[in-house]
Design a protein around this ligand. Structure first.
Ligand code: C2E
Ligand code: CA
Ligand code: CA
Length: 729
């Protein structure tokens, strides 16, 4: 026997019939109609227990239909279907609920039959329990509470609306980058009220501006004080520079109709001493696109006040590229629904990836919301989504819980970091040429007194490679590098003597103390940050964006150097880089030179008739020649040059900005090498004197634009051939 009655209204016959079939299988007696008129006829006659309503019907607006149901005092449970997006369906459901309808659930098109089955089975179960309890299921709802305007007003006046914070982290560095503030209303009698609900209530009743100011002020108070609360609790304080963190706050579109909004929000910031640039306002895509021309004005004013602007729930609205490019947003937030299904659904993955790409091409920060699993986080990192937010990182938390979470999160990160650093076995070990080459290069390129590779231990900073003259070991507490560790990329102090944090630092107040500092964190492939590549000087100095880029490139070369297995890179006979190693180093150098518009010179050095020499004097003597040449290369070139054995009797040298150092001419170098090798080798030859001839080919680019290793190599080969065979061009 069919026990329950279901009435459907949907103009899409396919959908109507599908629901009918599923419901009948679930033991429902079903009537399907495709127009509002027929629906109301059936309503009176059939007296359904459950009603399924499509929000979009020809000639009637679904909301009107629901209103009429209310007027008719229908006690049926309601299921709302729509293809207009989750928010629209949810808000209609809330509004219906508010008017006294009982909502069984919502179905977003396209939905699966399993979802219908689930809803109907929920109903069946509910009906069963209610029957046992002897109550009528279709009586007035007793379990949900819908506050009134007065109650909301009361809550606002009595600080009953609070704020929770949900952390956001960088996908690349896993450092905290910000928090989203989310409004909460906990009613003593009725428990938590869903934000979706009271925000809509506030929007309809002109309380939304009050709500915004209430949320914003609480969030600012917490945020402004964040660093102080964690101050001196090294290493936590180091990562909580306000400059590195943002505070995101949700805006309602109604807020934007208030012309005084930017001034009011700026006043709040001023009161709490938080820079507008630290604040990001989020607006949903559908809201922003409701009236893009009107929005443009309000949003531009907010942006001009210095606030960041984010499009929330991106992917669910219908913005055109043109509109998007025109509105002054600084951030795109991929909607949770795509993130949640990104690892299973090809379509979701396509949406997520294109939103991230879009953000990249419009130079906006991309944020993924609703990240719940490690697999999702990994995927998002892989496609270059900048920021992650979701339960996988942390749920929204009260102020106290959030402070505790920060401590725990960084505590765990610090442990991981130290473990990774110690595993490298680089502390308290000898200097290594592979690191010195890069610190020397930094020193020369920036023409600066100090350039160091630092490794940051629990309490100490080790200067692993030190191109200038500074101590070998510093206290972490006073170290600039320990601060740099918390920055996304390069941390710059132009004049430490006037810097809030460093003006009384012992390294600054000392005679000839530090004035300028720039440090780039070094991160292992596994994600841990173990130290910095930094430069410093006792004179103040400005640092251009291009210089910053060069330092970042050098740091990435250093990162590679930290993780190589040195034994695999070194040629046993000469102690120089082997071919593979020198080629990979050269590529890195060329990339950096291209970014910094630096000049590069490549030299190819070849020993003439080395085969014949080997045949005549034997392999061991041949090896001596190679060794002698390697030694001579090491002394005749700068320690910042990249030198390698490029093949049997061929060597390669790569020099950056050699002209600045007035490096000797190619001919002069050749002469020196030749002299060195002959004076070195001849006493060791058992039989008489022997002249070893060396040829050099060179190629160079004044200002590197592209960074093709093989172009440069080809030129050098040609030049070598000319010198060897005496060809004239
Ligand atoms: P929203 O701005 O999209 O906020 C994100 C929502 O997703 C929050 O719900 C958050 O708790 C939830 N969430 C975060 N991570 C995850 C996750 O990994 N999985 C899942 N399933 N959910 C996650 P909440 O706090 O219920 O807020 C709902 C909406 O209410 C917000 O959506 C926002 O539109 C609105 N809202 C909240 N606070 C305010 C406010 O102060 N002002 C305004 N105008 N709207 C607010
Ligand atoms: Ca939001
Ligand atoms: Ca959202």
């Amino acid at each position: 026997m069919k026990t329950h009655k279901l009435l459907i209204v949907d103009d899409d016959e396919m959908i109507g019939k599908t629901i009918k079939t599923v419901a009948e299988l679930c033991n429902f007696h079903v009537i399907y109609t495709d127009s509002a008129m027929m629906f109301f006829e059936q309503l009176a006659l059939f007296k359904p227990d459950v009603i399924v309503v499509d929000l979009i019907l020809p000639n009637v607006d679904g909301m009107q239909l629901i209103k009429k149901l209310v007027e008719l005092n229908s006690k049926a449970k309601l299921v709302i279907i729509s293809g207009a997006g989750k928010r629209v369906v949810n808000s209609s459901a809330l509004s219906a609920q508010e008017q006294g309808m009982d909502i069984l659930g919502v179905l977003n098109k396209p939905f699966r039959t399993a979802e219908i089955r689930q809803l109907l089975s929920n109903y069946t179960k509910l009906a069963l329990t209610e029957a046992k309890l002897g109550r009528s299921l279709n009586g007035p709802a007793t379990n949900s509470w819908f506050p009134t305007v007065d109650e909301l007003q009361h809550a606002l006046d009595n600080d009953l609306i609070t704020v929770q914070f949900q952390p956001q982290i960088s996908s690349q560095t896993e450092l905290l980058v910000g928090f989203e503030a989310l409004a909460r209303w906990h009613d003593e009698e009725h428990g938590a009220v869903k934000p979706d609900y009271f925000i809509q209530l506030a929007e309809r009743t002109h309380l939304i501006d009050k709500l915004l100011v209430c949320v914003f002020n609480q969030a600012l108070a917490w945020f402004a004080d964040l660093q102080d609360r964690h101050e001196n609790k090294s290493p936590l304080a180091l990562h909580l520079e306000p400059a590195n963190l943002s505070l995101s706050v949700n805006l309602s579109v109604i807020n934007l109709y208030n012309d005084e909004l930017p001034e009011e929000l700026l006043a709040c910031c001023e009161e709490h001493g938080v820079a507008a640039s630290s604040v990001v306002f989020e607006l949903t895509e559908s809201a922003a696109m409701e009236n893009p021309t009107q929005m443009l004005d309000s949003l531009t004013r907010l942006r001009l006040s210095g606030f960041g602007l984010s499009i929330d729930d991106f992917g669910t609205g219908y913005s055109s590229l043109i509109q998007l490019a025109r509105l002054p947003f600084s951030e795109l937030k991929v909607d949770q629904s795509f993130v949640a299904t990104a690892t299973e659904s090809n379509e979701s993955r396509a949406v997520v990836r294109s939103v991230v790409d879009l953000a990249k091409s419009l130079d906006l920060t991309s944020v993924a919301e609703g990240v719940e699993t490690e697999a999702q986080a990994r995927y998002l990192k892989e496609i270059g989504c900048n920021v992650l937010q979701g339960f996988y990182i942390a749920k929204p938390m009260s102020i106290d819980d959030c402070d505790q979470w920060i401590k725990t999160y960084y505590g765990a990160k610090e442990d991981q970091r130290l473990k990774a650093l110690r595993a490298l076995n680089l502390i308290n070990t000898q200097n290594e040429a592979r690191f010195d080459r890069l610190t020397q290069l930094a020193q020369r390129l920036f023409n600066i007194s100090i350039s160091t590779l630092t490794l940051i231990e629990e309490k100490t900073v080790w200067l692993k490679s030190n191109a200038g003259d500074a101590a070998v070991e510093l206290e972490r507490e006073h170290s600039f590098c320990a601060q740099a560790l918390g920055f996304q990329d390069v941390f710059i102090v132009n004049d430490a003597s006037t810097h809030e944090r460093f003006s009384d630092n012992p390294h600054v107040v000392a005679e000839d103390g530090v004035r300028f500092y720039a440090g780039c964190p070094l991160q292992l492939r596994s994600g841990e940050r173990i130290g910095t590549l930094c430069i410093a000087d006792s004179k103040t100095r400005t640092f251009s964006d291009q210089e910053k880029l060069v330092l970042k490139e050098l740091a990435s070369l250093m990162e590679e150097e930290l993780e190589v297995i040195p034994d695999l890179d070194i040629d046993k006979r000469t102690g120089l880089f082997n071919r593979r190693a020198v080629e990979s180093r050269a590529r890195g150098i060329l990339r950096m030179a291209a970014h910094g518009n630096l000049s590069v010179t490549m030299l190819l050095i070849d020993i003439a008739n080395f085969h014949a020499f080997n045949d005549e004097y034997g392999q061991r003597t041949g090896d001596l020649v190679l060794k002698e040449l390697a030694e001579s290369l090491n002394t005749n070139f700068r320690r910042c040059d990249t030198i390698g054995r490029f093949g049997g009797d061929k060597f390669i040298v790569l020099m950056v900005n050699a002209h600045n150092d007035s490096v000797q001419s190619v001919d002069a170098i050749l002469e020196r090498l030749q002299a060195d090798i002959n004076t070195g080798i001849n006493p060791k030859l058992a039989t008489g004197e022997r002249q070893i001839n060396i040829f050099v080919g060179s190629s160079s680019v004044e200002k590197m634009h592209s960074s093709e290793f093989y172009d440069l190599l080809y030129e050098a080969e040609m030049s070598l051939n000319r010198s060897r065979y005496g060809q004239i061009d």
